[in-house]
Design a protein around this ligand. Structure first.
Ligand code: SAM
Length: 539
């Protein structure tokens, strides 16, 4: 959580009066300083993320955590955006109340010339914008005006709201009187920040850097030590921001928590195996698998969400893993009996879940639904049932792949319905297919109990190999393909006839050797998918 002090610091640095470089006057207008520009963009970036966060929260759909949205590559000024976003969310109930009382959201403001042209000129092309259309931006700027000490006025929306500063302040004063409190901090609605003082973990990407070198490099700046359970994991002090550290931006280390790092380690695939990552984006565990397999063998990374496929591809690219094949499609539709999967020996199943175990990490306590109790118990329970139904189907499907010896099922949920209940419901099938539940980390002392604040759930199924994979038919072309990352775009849409799937293919590198024609390729991939009569929209 970013303190108001930190947010103020950022606001101060963005303020023209404290920033050294104020641009020169030009043609009757004033060119903005870098700090003004940066504040202008940070507010708009924060507003964009805020819109996604609020829409996701209102519809209870997983759109990514606050952190993951801010640390998306499309956000340029991450630090300022994050600070503004967290602070605005913290004060959001008050801000909404203030804007309502001051009747500002129903007004319009005038935009002079082009808002993005950083010259405040007196020659006008006036356009009117409605505040409602820019609601999130209004929230961000109102936060800045009311609660941070300085504000840069660059931008028409800023000018408009600043001209109503008195109305905003009067509205705030009225609300305090009405609620019988003296300070804004005393308003009961303000979110309490939980005390999160967990260490920062980084996982060394051994495809790019060895653990000793990472230890040495990070040791120049921080107190760092090896984790006592996972050899490639390093432990650093809590609260440090490493997002821009060169080892992180180069993909030499990944910011990955201990519990998340335990999942691929529990699967423990051997170099040379064919491994399926069933629900893979954004790909942290996919590239961990690649590192554990030392780049040997093949990982098929399946993901059904188009946007998240892009994220997955970025992660793979960053990691330098050359043995990952990205499959854009629904895992439940993959035909386990298809020859392409006949050599899959391990499956990592980390499906969509409620995320209840990592909600503090994801800053969910800042979301409106966490304080207003907008989500009723029955809505939440329906959601959990829907998720559990999908998770159960996915686990049963994973256990049906013919050559699979190890299946890891993991969630970041603390709900029994998504964890033990799913595993229990799959046990009869698992047993009849020759699997038994195994202990992934015998030395891990507190299995089954909440180990940190929040938590992960990991179940490992193993079966002795009954199939000699060297006798498996080799899939023509695929085995000979030199393709490293293959982009297969598959759009499976439910239609009147549920057995029919509509697909699109695009290849960055050839999937098969030239011996196979495109037509042949199409029918080859058509038979990869196998309808199990389930909904694709699990969330
Ligand atoms: C919990 S996340 C996986 C996180 C990932 N293992 C990692 O460590 O980076 C679950 C992912 O599964 C995807 N997903 C959900 N249902 C799916 C399905 N039926 N087939 C393929 N992917 C699915 C979601 O879009 C989401 O990206």
């Amino acid at each position: 959580m970013v303190s108001s002090k930190a947010a103020r610091k950022i606001s101060e640095s963005a303020n023209p009066s404290t920033a050294a470089a104020v641009g020169k006057e030009k043609g009757g207008g004033r060119r903005l300083s870098n700090a003004e520009r940066s504040a202008y963009f940070a507010r708009r970036e924060a507003a964009k993320v805020l819109r996604t966060v609020l829409q996701g929260d209102a519809s209870r759909r997983a759109v990514g955590s606050i952190k993951s949205l801010v640390y998306n590559p499309s956000i340029r000024n991450k630090k300022a955006t994050f600070a503004l976003l967290c602070q605005t969310l913290k004060y959001l109930p008050v801000i909404k109340d203030v804007l309502d009382t001051a009747k500002i959201l129903n007004s319009k403001w005038k935009v002079k010339n082009n808002m993005l042209c950083f010259t405040m000129s007196s020659k006008l092309h006036v356009k009117q914008l409605h505040c409602r259309r820019q609601e999130e931006l209004m929230y961000i700027i109102t936060y800045d005006i009311l609660f941070s000490e300085f504000i840069s006025l660059a931008g028409a929306a800023e000018e408009f709201l600043f001209s109503r500063k008195n109305a905003l302040q009067t509205a705030l004063a009225r609300i305090l009187v009405k609620k019988k409190v003296r300070r804004v901090e005393d308003l009961a609605e303000l979110h309490q920040t939980p005390d999160i003082s967990k260490p920062r973990y980084v996982r060394v990407n051994t495809l790019k850097l060895d653990v000793e070198s990472a230890l040495q490099e990070l040791g120049k700046q921080y107190t760092v030590q090896k984790d006592d359970l996972l050899p490639g994991l390093l432990v650093l002090p809590p609260g440090i921001d490493m997002h821009n550290h060169p080892l992180v931006t180069s993909g030499s280390v990944f910011l990955q928590g201990k519990l998340s790092s335990m999942v691929a380690a529990a699967l423990s695939p051997e170099p040379g195996w064919v491994v399926l990552d069933a629900c893979s984006a954004p790909g942290n565990k996919t590239v961990h698998l690649a590192a554990l397999m030392r780049g040997k063998g093949k990982i098929i990374a399946c993901e059904h969400n188009k946007e998240r496929v892009k994220c997955l591809q970025n992660t793979i690219r960053l990691s330098g893993a050359a043995n990952v094949e990205v499959l854009h499609g629904d895992f439940l539709y993959l035909d386990a009996k298809h020859p392409s999967y006949s050599k899959v020996r391990a499956i990592l199943l980390d499906p969509s879940c409620s995320g209840s175990g990592t909600s503090a990490d994801r800053l969910d306590y800042l979301l409106p639904s966490s304080t207003t109790g907008k989500t009723s118990d029955s809505t939440e329970s329906d959601r959990l049932k829907r998720l559990a139904a999908f998770q159960g189907k996915a686990l049963a499907h994973a256990l049906s792949f013919p050559a699979v010896e190890r299946v890891v099922y993991s969630t970041c949920s603390i709900h029994q319905i998504e964890n033990e209940d799913v595993v229990k419901s799959a046990l009869p099938l698992a047993t009849s297919n020759g699997f038994r539940l195994a202990t992934p980390f015998p030395q891990w002392p507190r299995r089954g109990l909440p180990v940190f604040e929040g938590g992960f759930f990991i179940a490992l199924f193993v079966r002795e190999s009954t199939i000699n994979t060297s006798e498996m038919p080799v899939q023509e072309g695929r085995e000979n393909s030199k393709a490293s990352v293959v982009k297969v775009t598959t759009t499976a849409k439910r239609r009147k006839n549920p057995g029919r799937l509509q697909r699109r293919f695009s290849f960055r590198t050839p999937l098969l050797t030239t011996r196979m024609s495109k037509l042949c390729l199409h029918s080859h991939l058509n038979s990869h998918f196998h309808k199990l009569g389930t909904s694709r929209d699990h969330e």
